[in-house]
Design a binder for this molecule. Sequence first.
Ligand code: FE
Ligand code: FE
Ligand code: ZN
Length: 279
Amino acid sequence: MLNIGAHLSASKGFMNMAKQTEEIGGNTFQFFTRNPRGFAAKDIDIKDVERFNEYTREKGFAKILAHAPYTLNPCSAEERVRELALMIMEDDIKRMEYIPDNYYNFHPGSHVGQGEELGINFTAELLNKVVKPDQTTTILLETMAGKGSEIGRSFEQLRQIIDLVEHNEKIGVCLDTCHVYDAGYDIVNDLDGVLDRFDSIIGLSRLKAIHLNDSKNPFESHKDRHEKIGEGSLGIDAIKRIITHPKLCHLPFFLETPNELDGYAHEISLLKKLYSEVI
Ligand code: FE
Ligand code: FE
Ligand code: ZN
């Protein structure tokens, strides 16, 4: 079975996201832990969370994915900005324990001219402060497009971060198909080659989730603009090969395509059909 879902608004709580997911034909979803601007987080509603945990267990949902505010920069040159990232991620990870055993994805950050070495060290330093050996959440580093001074644009950079984290058994990777194509990994013409490189540098056992997006821009453009499934430079054939690849087909796939709910429903039914033709 294809494990798939979309990025949903968390404003009406967890049960609402579970119901929306069923309406659009998914069995998982992604949500922002808090407002990316201002960083306000909703109070945890214990009743909502308890119902959600039971409901998703009964319905056989796949693991869900929380996304940190993309406005955080864990490797900023300013200490104040790094402190804010630390505070917010610490709080997010604590809150994730209300929905145990799921995933928390974040952008490794932008080194803003300090150089990638320093950026990688700051991000690893933050992880060493927030990752606790007894947490049930796995933290995912997202593969980035490499716009500006983003780190996480190469598998090597992600490996370096992981190597610097003490409890890195709690660290995995979320591969964003738009981002890696933008970063110069040719998943359209050489998916096997890219996965072999991922395996030899990071290890495929670290790969926990896929952000499934088409791209508005050509290969290696470092732009990070998502497109609807099949309407961008990746195209429907490449996307079919990704969701049905023997090394990927068991993972949860999350749509971050420019859609409302009905657009997501349409993409999910298309992807399920393509999946069933192969698996
Ligand atoms: Fe992201
Ligand atoms: Fe993404
Ligand atoms: Zn993106």
